[in-house]
Design a binder for this molecule. Structure first.
Ligand SMILES: CC(C)(COP(=O)(O)OP(=O)(O)OC[C@H]1O[C@@H](n2cnc3c(N)ncnc32)[C@H](O)[C@@H]1OP(=O)(O)O)[C@@H](O)C(=O)NCCC(=O)NCCS
Length: 121
């Protein structure tokens, strides 16, 4: 069994600009409906939540890069908050090499950060 970690930081302004410029096309490529609904429910703070999810997926990609043969898409990894608010990763596609993934997210006015730990079988 092997573990790998990844981390990412992003300027929230970049995600806000991308969403405003490319609208649904950008959202559809990166986020699932559950993720969009969660972010949009935060109204004025929605870009912090979008950026945090983008960052979490980047962190996951860093953790799995070089370890898997196939390329996966952004929406293969869905970030869902559990009842306590902790983000969990819902794998939308089967990745046989992966046992589990954990992520942690933080955001403030300007930046979102995330770290991911991937446990391989
Ligand atoms: C929930 C809590 C962790 C959020 O922290 P915050 O500084 O207000 O906000 P941050 O920007 O750093 O983090 C927000 C992210 O925390 C994550 N989060 C929320 N609840 C969480 C929980 N129970 N466990 C882990 N992560 C959680 C979410 O991913 C959230 O982002 P999202 O809504 O976009 O998914 C914080 O309010 C809290 O309750 N801390 C517990 C403090 C405590 O009990 N201390 C005692 C000693 S350990």
């Amino acid at each position: 069994m092997k573990i790998s970690c990844g981390t990412d930081i992003i300027e929230i302004k970049r995600i806000e600009e991308a969403i405003e410029k490319y609208e649904e096309k950008f959202k559809d490529e990166i986020f699932t409906k559950i993720e969009v609904d969660y972010c949009e429910s935060h109204k004025n703070q929605r870009f912090q939540h979008y950026a945090a999810r983008f960052s979490a997926k980047e962190a996951i990609f860093k953790a799995i890069s070089m370890k898997l043969d196939k390329n996966y898409s952004w929406t293969d990894f869905e970030i869902i908050n559990n009842e306590s608010g902790k983000p969990e990763v819902n794998l939308k596609t089967e990745i046989p090499e992966i046992e589990s993934i954990d992520v942690s997210i933080s955001h403030c006015k300007e930046y979102a950060v995330a770290s991911a730990v991937v446990l391989f079988k």
